[in-house]
Design a protein around this ligand. Sequence first.
Ligand code: ADP
Length: 450
Amino acid sequence: MNFFLRHLLAIALVIAIAFLLDRYLSIRVAFWWLVCIGGLYSVFSAIHLARLHHWASLPRQRDIPSGIGPWRPVFERLGRFLRQESETRTDLLGELEHLHAAVDKLPDGLTVLDRYDHVIWSNDAAQELHGIFGARRPIHHFIRQPEFLELLASREENSRPIRLPLATRPGRSFEIRVHRTDNDQKIVLTRDVTDQAKLDAMRSDFVANVSHEIRTPVTVIGGFAETLLDLELTESERRQHLESILRQSQTMQRLVDDLLMLSSLERGVDERNEQPVDLHGLLETQVDDARALSAGRHTIELRIDGPRFVRGIPAELESAVRNLLTNAIRYTPDGGSIDVRWARRDDEGWITVRDTGIGIPPVYLPRIAERFFRVDRGRSRATGGTGLGLAIVKRIMLRHQGSLHIASEPDKGSAFSLRLPAARLLGDAAPAPATSDDGPSEATAEGTPR
Ligand code: ADP
């Protein structure tokens, strides 16, 4: 029953008893009945109020006392309400702790500032990166660079990020952003962007390199075309100019082919393109082509000691071997020799192209397979090089879980080796043909001859 109704009933009962006492005994008895009940009730209530007052002045975690009579449900409800409150608080604290622990695990630094730019809270990464310690210290004690202070002072809601080096992480570069919240606080985010910065630099270098590589042939073609149009030339002069135009357009064609090959190699590997490759046949064909290219200027030998079949992408393996052989011919003076060897060593397969050419100074070896890196730019261009060959070879080997190894000595020669992992060696017997589930092979479409 409703708490209020119950009390009304109790009061009605007391008054009804007073009426009965008045009727059957006397008004005096009825009066004393009312006085006694009222007095008792007042004392009873005063005791409970005193207990409640005493409890309220104790530390909060103490249990609420139990009540008697009409005070019991009041005390019980108050107790339940306080229990719920404390459970909610514990839950919230737990969640807040989880949140802090998660934010602490972030690799990015996160610092919360109050309206006076004092640090309210910071995660582990921010403390390490900026050396933040102590409570409510101004952020400029930890990040002093003027660019950052300017950013902090700017009124924009989400200002543009700035890039800064930090003394705690020499050699790396960081991006700092400041976000303003609705309640006048600021969030400072610090992110390590070293890899991104390197990537950006690589991308713009690449674009600059490609433009530079294309500009030369385009200028030459334009110049010769103008001469052909403007001047009266003899037949042999005309021919010479047209041949130059053809040579330059072939250079551009090679460059475009290599760029397309590189970009297709940078896409993910489609395993359906992989199939058993007859490496003996592939090497024999490539060595025959190389002999034709050398036109007797070099002695080219092939030695085969490894298994006939390997698993791979035929066009890519062919392109890798062709690149090494073409380089060996281009960088080996006439009369030199070139040895091609296929052997199994420590369970792995090694294709080595060794020449007696001009070699590479040791200082350039670490960069030799970078895109557009050449030891001698003029020589590379004069022999039709694009500067992309070894970058292509390196990528092809990565796609085959193998690697490219280079040993070289200036004026003595070089050895370029392609390592294929043991899992790719299939043995000498022709492997069973692939099932129809494997789908059609698109391998030949991928390879672009240099
Ligand atoms: P390029 O088209 O210039 O030959 P590559 O990526 O194939 O480009 O080779 C990069 C550079 O490595 C060449 O410019 C050359 O300086 C050097 N190089 C490659 N192969 C050889 C080799 N067999 N002997 C000497 N130097 C070589």
